[in-house]
Design a protein around this ligand. Structure first.
Ligand SMILES: Cc1cc2nc3c(=O)[nH]c(=O)nc-3n(C[C@H](O)[C@H](O)[C@H](O)COP(=O)(O)OP(=O)(O)OC[C@H]3O[C@@H](n4cnc5c(N)ncnc54)[C@H](O)[C@@H]3O)c2cc1C
Length: 415
């Protein structure tokens, strides 16, 4: 029996429409099919990346709800598996693989985005705890999160990269205030987070006090690898954690809802449209014979194919562990594709692209995708920062001259 047949047989035996989402995710995690490359007992079976792809494809083909998605599974879990103690892995990754808890990434600050190591949120030791004060911003789904992957400054007397500590903060406490921010597409996907004497047990430090920069690089590498990967073929996903409100709903009901939503163009949150979608739109909008638009459509199609095959080759070559700087190439490429998709789709639509509303073509699907198109060129690090990483870490070009790796953080001039 090959992998596809084995998964189909397992689904046949385990998927029941009246299971709650929590029960289904429990089964998926216990079987090791949720996160196949992760350790046995923590959602996986130590499978190879190619085996994991086959399992994921088979779950998608079976039409079931896939494993939990979000910041935890895509970047937090791999980080705790790489740097956490066995106790921390059990505590944090265990509930994560069963979708019982959701995580947020609490890295960026008003004065520390691209220059993340300049972050100023402070963590001051008080016995067995740290006391946290400061502000984070642009934190995706922080309002849905139970845990935050927090970067805080524990030492101002050493150069900026060396005084940072990575810790798991309980979001459900009085000292943590989360305020959603509405983006230009009308969706409040990310938030600002304020800490006022919030508490974190020292036991929640991942990778050692003052070692946070190295741990954060692991999170960012997984974030960029995820941002640069194609998700088109993934199984149906549903929000994890208690705040999303799905855990006690029957999976059959959630599946129906997901299918209904997928057919409603006004509910789509796309950042780019596939070349196949654009071909179809060009025909429906009556501009498929325009020679200039045809030329641009083919250019986009070729670019998308090259991207898809390059990504596949990169993933096939990748060893398990922290992805290398080459993921910045994929992340940069998907950001550029999103911009090309925006410009081309708006050209197909013409003047109607200036209007919003359900009565416009496909419920304003093109306009909404256009408004979300800047996301991949900002989240997880901007295009300029990806180019710096490719230059310095992949091509071995000299670093930008700077003395901030010798000057203590407290003496740095900051904006
Ligand atoms: C949709 C979305 C989701 C996000 N989710 C999260 C999240 O969950 N958690 C989180 O912590 N953060 C998150 N972010 C924040 C994101 O990581 C930052 O926006 C990003 O790192 C850029 O930082 P900034 O916005 O402060 O811009 P700045 O750093 O102020 O950059 C402004 C401009 O200057 C350029 N620039 C800066 N430094 C250099 C340099 N050295 N060389 C060349 N150009 C440079 C930048 O490329 C950019 O064009 C998210 C952002 C978005 C858009």
């Amino acid at each position: 029996m090959d992998t596809a047949q084995a998964i189909a047989a397992w689904v046949e035996e385990n998927w029941q429409a009246d299971l709650t989402l929590a029960e289904w995710w429990q089964r998926l995690a216990d079987s090791g099919h949720a996160f196949p490359t992760w350790p046995t007992g923590l959602g996986g079976t130590n499978a190879s990346p190619s085996q994991a792809r086959q399992i994921s494809a088979a779950l998608t083909a079976a039409g079931v709800i896939g494993p939990p998605v979000g910041n935890g599974p895509s970047m937090g879990g791999p980080t705790v598996l790489a740097h956490g103690t066995p106790e921390q892995q059990q505590r944090f990754v265990g509930p994560l693989v069963r979708g019982q808890e959701a995580w947020a990434q609490l890295f960026s600050e008003p004065g520390a985005g691209s220059d993340l190591a300049s972050l100023a949120t402070s963590a001051v030791r008080d016995g067995d705890e740290f006391v946290i004060n400061g502000q984070k911003v642009w934190n995706s789904f922080a309002d849905m999160a139970d845990w935050g992957m927090l970067l805080a400054r524990t030492d101002v007397d050493v150069p900026k990269h060396r005084g940072i500590t990575y810790m798991m903060i309980d979001m459900n406490q009085a000292g943590v205030e989360v305020r959603p921010l509405v983006q230009m597409n009308g969706i409040a996907e990310f938030c600002e987070v304020f800490f006022t004497d919030a508490r974190v047990p020292v036991a929640n430090v991942i990778g050692g006090i003052g070692e946070g920069w190295n741990v954060a690089r692991t999170t960012l590498a997984f974030e960029r690898a995820g941002a640069g990967s194609s998700r088109a073929a993934n199984a149906i996903s549903v929000g994890a954690g208690p705040k999303a409100g799905n855990l006690h709903t029957p999976v059959g009901e959630l599946l129906q809802r997901a299918k209904r939503d997928a057919n409603d163009p006004t509910l789509r949150t796309e950042m780019l449209l596939s070349s196949r979608t654009l071909f179809k739109m060009a025909r429906e909008l009556g501009c498929a014979t325009d020679p200039v638009l045809r030329d641009r459509l083919m250019h986009y199609h070729i670019n998308s194919q090259v991207y898809s095959w390059t990504g596949q080759r990169g993933r096939d070559n990748a060893k398990t562990g922290r992805p290398g700087p080459e993921v910045s190439t994929l992340k940069l490429k998907i950001a550029l594709l999103a911009h090309e998709s925006r410009d081309l789709s708006l050209s197909l639509l013409g003047a109607e692209g200036m209007l919003m509303g359900g009565e416009t073509f496909e419920g304003a699907r093109i306009q909404r995708a256009a408004l979300a198109s800047p996301v991949p060129s900002l989240g997880g690090g901007t295009n300029e920062i990806q180019r710096n990483i490719i230059g310095e870490q992949a091509l071995g070009l000299p670093r930008e001259p700077s003395d901030d790796n010798v000057i203590p953080f407290r003496e740095l001039r900051r904006s």
